[in-house]
Design a protein around this ligand. Structure first.
Ligand SMILES: NC(=O)c1ccc[n+]([C@@H]2O[C@H](COP(=O)([O-])OP(=O)(O)OC[C@H]3O[C@@H](n4cnc5c(N)ncnc54)[C@H](O)[C@@H]3O)[C@@H](O)[C@H]2O)c1
Length: 332
């Protein structure tokens, strides 16, 4: 399997070295990011896109490919996605299918994209409300995470990334988990302290992805908290409530921790500890829905096998496993 070079840096200087010799570079840029960082975009050829989950669609792919044709972009180009996870998912997908595939690379500008979306080779768009239903497995040439971008990221977006960062460390690195909780609880020098944490998180994700690129086994662990999170998001959508994916993931991890305790997989006190830690960092730890609502949403999960669903359970901070459990047991 090809490996992606992933770098984390406070400045964008080194990205010019990475781009040297790659030939023609065309950037696909989140319009909001473009407005904030116009001077820093490392190529003059740019396609600006509006973002939002409702715009992660084939229409946007079609818009980008039309622009590429107008620009007479041939198969030697490198498409550079600059933005959050929406932009990197769309750029990777468009590059994978334009002229049967061109090179691509990412400059992720949200914490979520830096620690999660821009690593791992999953690209895609939504169709008829089904998330990421059209997509490819295809790795970028490089991912360059510049933490300078995070200075303008709204706090709520930062917390979305933090939820995925802490998730990754609960899966595989107890020490990094403690460092991340300390950094965000303290709230000072986040810009400096976050660099080694992003490096660790992308290292963990890349390792899991290398061992299970096509998501048939170990990669499932990265879904910690997500089965509950998807149920929470479904209920929120029905009630037109504004709950972000990261907020749902944070509450979902707490539910996974409680389930792990109740089934005797985790030691007593683990869920309370994670709840305290998340609260200290500013992450939400609960949701407003009844057990019956969540149970209904979980029963609609497309991965359900009869009455069973695979849950990622926590043995302790740093170790998780995949456990098939009856759905009614999961609602505590
Ligand atoms: N491919 C994968 O493996 C994977 C993994 C996780 C998530 N995702 C996808 O990622 C998407 C979510 O990504 P996201 O949370 O980054 O959302 P996003 O791309 O919508 O970005 C969030 C918001 O932040 C703004 N923004 C981006 N960078 C900024 C900056 N530096 N300063 C100020 N504002 C900035 C954007 O314009 C947007 O309004 C979802 O579609 C999800 O499915 C993919």
């Amino acid at each position: 399997m090809k490996k992606t070079a992933i770098s984390v840096s406070a400045s964008l200087n080194d990205v010019h070295h990475l781009l040297k010799g790659t030939g023609r570079v065309i950037a696909v840029v989140d319009r909001n990011v473009g407005a904030l960082y116009h001077e820093s975009i490392p190529t003059s050829e740019r396609i600006f896109i509006d973002t939002g989950e409702e715009l992660k669609t084939l229409e946007t792919v079609s818009f980008i490919t039309s622009r590429l044709l107008e620009m007479e972009a041939d198969r030697d180009i490198l498409l550079l996605g600059i933005g959050g996870g929406i932009t990197t998912d769309i750029t990777g997908f468009t590059a994978s299918i334009y002229k049967r595939g061109v090179k691509f690379a990412f400059l992720p500008t949200t914490l979520l994209a830096q620690v999660d979306a821009a690593t791992g080779g999953k690209n895609g768009v939504n169709l008829h409300g089904y998330k990421n239903i059209l997509g490819t497995f295809s790795l970028p040439e490089f991912t360059f995470c510049c933490t300078g971008f995070l200075k303008t990221l709204p706090r709520r977006e930062m917390l979305c990334g933090l939820a995925e960062l802490l998730k990754t460390f609960i899966i595989a690195d107890a020490d990094a988990y403690e460092d991340a909780v300390r950094l965000f609880s303290d709230g000072k020098n986040i810009a400096e302290g976050i660099i080694p944490l992003i490096e660790k998180a992308v290292g963990i994700k890349s390792g899991i992805v290398e061992r299970d690129f096509k998501d048939t086994g170990e990669r499932m662990k990265l879904n910690l908290g997500h089965t509950f999170a998807h149920a929470i998001e479904k209920c929120a959508a029905e009630d037109h409530l504004d709950i972000t994916h990261g907020e749902a993931v944070a509450a979902g991890i707490i539910m996974a921790a409680r389930l792990s305790e109740e089934t005797g997989i985790a030691p007593r006190g683990l869920a309370d500890r994670i709840t305290r830690d998340f609260t200290d960092t500013g992450l939400p730890v609960s949701h407003p829905f009844s057990s019956e609502r969540l149970y209904g949403a979980l029963r609609n999960d497309k991965k359900r096998k009869g009455d069973l669903l695979n849950f990622i359970t926590i043995r302790d901070i740093g170790t998780v496993s995949v456990t098939a459990l009856p759905i009614e047991k999961a609602i505590l």
